[in-house]
Design a protein around this ligand. Structure first.
Ligand code: AP5
Length: 214
């Protein structure tokens, strides 16, 4: 059976989560989102969640050691044996090196390219379901019924705390300084697939499937 070990790279709001969820359904492999895992830990009020909260709210990256630990544990679970889609990890050079040291060889790194202006527009209009994590956009991708999640039927879609303008600015800065250098890191390893993220979600999905041969 073919395995897919994939990673979604790109600035905040590029559509990594939107596309990772689609691909995970298509390929029947888990979607491993460090952002979702950290938010879940915060909801549960665990020690990890408490530690991560202040960084996340300010739009800063959580320390490498913390994130590497949760990813290492997650990838040891049975469902990750036949592949996975990493979303939001690695985000720094030390995280990328730690992933390689875990013995993970990525088949493809999908780099979703989106301008800073588009990021600000998308995150400013994003709505998230606090129950199942489904993501919408007020204008580009609204739910069928106002304020109700299409996926799980929960009422009350929310704006993430880190989608406030100051936090968006900080996240973009962190991205350019610490994460964007991974584009070259993975290009040198011959696994980088660049995709234009400024098209409709369906068009971006089609481009990804075509480029990675999924
Ligand atoms: P995380 O949750 O990973 O946030 P992020 O990388 O900033 O990415 P987003 O979830 O904001 O955006 P996305 O690219 O998934 O876009 P989406 O599909 O939602 O991380 C949050 C925080 O956790 C970090 O800031 C950090 O503190 C911490 N953290 C996580 N991982 C870490 C790590 N490895 N190391 C250290 N700290 C870590 O789409 C965005 C919006 O656009 C939506 O409204 C969507 O509907 C819309 N949209 C999507 N595609 C399109 C399209 N093609 N056209 C128009 N609109 C679109």
């Amino acid at each position: 059976m073919e395995t897919f070990r994939l990673m979604m790279l790109g600035p905040p709001g590029a559509g990594k989560g939107t596309q990772a969820k689609r691909l995970a359904d298509r390929l029947e492999i888990p979607h491993v989102s460090t952002g979702d895992m950290l938010r879940e830990a915060r909801r549960k009020g665990t020690e990890l969640g408490e530690k991560a909260a202040e960084y996340m709210e300010a739009g800063r990256l959580v320390p490498d050691k913390v994130v590497i630990g949760i990813v290492r544990e997650r990838l040891q679970e049975d469902d990750a044996e036949t592949g996975f889609i990493l979303d939001g990890f690695p985000r720094t050079r030390p995280q990328a090196e730690a992933l390689a040291e875990m013995g993970v060889e990525l088949d493809a790194v999908v780099n979703i390219d989106v301008s800073d202006d588009e990021v600000v527009n998308r995150l400013g209009g994003r709505l998230s379901c606090p129950n199942c994590g489904a993501v919408y956009h007020r204008d580009a991708n609204p739910p069928a019924v106002d304020d109700v999640c299409d996926k799980c039927g929960s009422e009350g879609l929310i704006t993430r705390e880190d989608d406030r303008p100051e936090a968006i600015r900080e996240r973009l800065e962190e991205y350019h300084k610490k994460t964007a250098p991974l584009i070259e890191f993975y290009e040198q390893r011959g696994v980088l697939e660049n995709v234009n993220g400024e098209a409709s979600p369906d068009e971006v999905a089609d481009a990804i499937v075509e480029q990675i041969g999924a």
